[in-house]
Design a protein around this ligand. Structure first.
Ligand SMILES: [Zn+2]
Length: 159
């Protein structure tokens, strides 16, 4: 490939230009797409629902087939208990994801397109940096001692 800045030919992608040092990205490789939050929420809900169904079904099967027999191993009860705990945990995660989806929809309805959502990381960051950082002082960039030492000789020459 050619360097887009200096035009040097026969170069490998994903390396730096041998003449000017510009990074040459691989243009044939598709750029990674960031999935929107709604997609993560939807995936969470589906996976949660699946985990709930599977863990409760397995717990019921364990209890009905293997448990309450004269020679039942205690690990059967432990496993069934763990499955029920896991299912219950995923029920509360599922409910929280539903609430989060609702909150997200409400917030994106009120915010302007392209603007940072109220309370979103971008909005919080813009507020905090505005408060923390002072304006850049381009005039007094040197510490006082430096200017003192350089101007000392100037006044000596004058007198
Ligand atoms: Zn170049």
């Amino acid at each position: 490939m050619f360097c887009p800045r200096c035009g040097k030919s026969e170069q490998l992608p994903e390396t730096y230009c041998r003449r000017c040092g510009l990074f040459l990205p691989n243009l044939s490789k598709p750029a990674k797409r960031e999935s929107p939050p709604e997609e993560h929420l939807r995936a969470n809900k589906v996976l949660n629902a699946l985990t709930i169904v599977v863990s409760f079904t397995l717990a019921i099967l364990l209890y009905s087939i293997l448990a309450f027999r004269p020679n039942t191993h205690p690990l059967i009860y432990v496993t069934a208990g763990l499955l029920i705990a896991m299912g219950s945990w995923h029920i509360q995660t599922f409910i929280r994801t539903l609430k989060l989806t609702k909150q997200w929809k409400r917030r994106s309805r009120f915010s302007e397109p392209g603007g940072a959502l109220p309370g979103s990381p971008a909005a919080v960051e813009s507020i905090s940096t505005a408060k923390l950082l002072d304006q850049v002082d381009v005039v007094n960039t040197h510490p006082p001692s430096v200017t003192e030492n350089t101007t000392k000789h100037l006044t000596k020459h004058k007198s």
